[in-house]
Design a protein around this ligand. Structure first.
Ligand SMILES: C[S@@+](CC[C@H](N)C(=O)[O-])C[C@H]1O[C@@H](n2cnc3c(N)ncnc32)[C@H](O)[C@@H]1O
Length: 289
C-alpha cells in the first residue's frame, strides 16, 4: 500500500529540513520502500503509522532518534571503489604530483571526503596514495571521511566489504595486496584503514574545524540538494579549501552558476576538477566553470 499524500509531505519536509535532500513528487514509492523497514523495526504496520507516531511523539526524547532514522533511511548510499576511474587517474597523474611538489617543505596533506558513504571512496584514495606515492609514508597525511548517515559510517569504520562490493571497480592486484580474507568477506588492511578517520557530519550543519583542505571530494551528493543549498555548501567548501586546493565533484555535478570562485578544468577523460579562480576567465579559454 502506498504512503498517503499527507505522510509523504511530512517526510519530504522533515528530510529536507534536516539533510537538504529534496524528494520530488513521484518518489512516494521510494519513501514506501525505504521507510517500510523503519516502521517494522519500530513495531508499526505501515509508513503512515510511522509518520503518525512521529507526529505524536514530537515533544518526547524518542522523536529525535526516530527522525534521524527516517532521514538516514532516505539517503542514497550508492558507491564503489575507484568510482568513475577518471577522477582517480587525475588524482594520481596531475593533482597529487602538483600538491606534493607544493607541500615539499611542510610535508603535510589534508584530504576531505565529504560524502563517504560505506568508505569505498576514501579507501580508494588511501590505496592510491600507498600504491603510487610511497614517499608520503613519512609525511603527515590525513583523510577525513564524513557522512550524515551513522550506519554507513559504522560499516566504513569496520573496513569489511562483501565479495560483490570488492568486485566493483577494485583491481584484483589491489584486492590481494590491501585486503585480508575474512570468511566470505574482505577486510581492508590496518595500514590503509589507519589513514582514514571517519566522522559524522551533516553538510547542512556546522563543520568541525579541521583546517585547510588540499583536496576535497564531494561527489554525488550535491545532486540531491536544491540550488540555494548547493550554492551555500560550495561557498563553504571554497572557504575550507587551500588556495591551490582541488575539488572533485560527481560526473554530473558542477560549480557553474553556483560558485564563481571555483572554476572547472577538464583533465583526463570525462571527469572535471575544480580549482580556486585566480584570474578572471577569458572568452574562448579552455576553462569551464
Ligand atoms: C550517492 S552517495 C555518494 C558516495 C561517494 N561520494 C561516491 O560518489 O561514490 C551520497 C552520500 O551522501 C550522504 N549525504 C546525503 N545528504 C547528506 C548531508 N546533508 N550531509 C552529509 N552527507 C550527506 C549520504 O548519506 C550518502 O552516503
Amino acid at each position: 500500500m502506498s504512503v498517503s499524500r499527507e505522510s509523504f509531505a511530512h517526510v519530504c519536509d522533515l528530510v529536507r529540513r534536516r539533510s537538504a535532500i529534496v524528494l520530488e513528487a513521484g518518489k512516494e514509492y521510494l519513501v514506501d520502500a525505504r521507510l517500510g523497514p523503519v516502521a517494522k523495526a519500530a513495531g508499526l504496520a505501515s509508513v503512515d503509522d510511522l509518520v503518525a507516531h512521529l507526529r505524536r511523539c514530537e515533544a518526547r526524547p524518542e522523536h529525535e532518534e526516530l527522525a534521524r532514522a527516517i532521514v538516514e533511511a532516505m539517503t542514497t548510499n550508492e558507491t564503489s571503489f575507484f568510482r568513475d576511474v577518471h577522477p582517480f587517474t587525475t588524482l594520481e597523474t596531475v593533482v597529487l604530483p602538483e600538491l606534493i611538489r607544493a607541500r615539499a617543505r611542510h610535508r603535510m596533506l589534508r584530504i576531505w571526503c565529504a560524502a563517504a558513504s560505506t568508505g569505498q571512496e576514501p579507501f580508494s584514495v588511501a590505496m592510491l596514495l600507498c600504491e603510487h606515492f610511497p614517499q608520503l609514508a613519512s609525511w603527515d597525511v590525513r583523510i577525513f571521511a564524513t557522512d550524515i548517515n551513522r550506519s554507513v559510517l559504522d560499516r566504513a569504520r569496520s573496513g569489511v566489504f562483501r565479495q560483490l562490493e570488492v568486485n566493483r571497480g577494485l583491481p584484483v592486484k589491489m584486492l590481494v595486496k590491501y585486503f585480508d580474507k575474512r570468511g566470505l568477506d574482505w577486510q581492508i588492511k590496518p595500514e590503509i584503514r589507519e589513514l582514514v578517520s571517519f566522522q559524522e557530519l551533516n553538510l547542512l550543519a556546522r563543520w568541525p574545524l579541521f583546517g585547510q583542505q588540499d583536496i576535497v571530494l564531494m561527489r554525488n551528493v550535491l545532486i540531491y540538494f536544491d540550488v540555494p543549498t548547493k550554492k551555500q555548501i560550495l561557498g563553504r567548501v571554497r572557504q575550507v579549501m587551500a588556495n591551490d586546493g582541488v575539488l572533485f565533484l560527481g560526473g554530473s555535478e558542477t560549480t557553474m552558476n553556483l560558485e564563481d570562485s571555483l572554476v572547472g578544468e577538464r583533465l583526463t577523460g570525462p571527469g572535471m576538477i575544480f580549482r580556486a579562480r585566480k584570474t578572471a576567465p577569458r572568452a574562448g579559454g579552455t576553462k569551464a566553470g
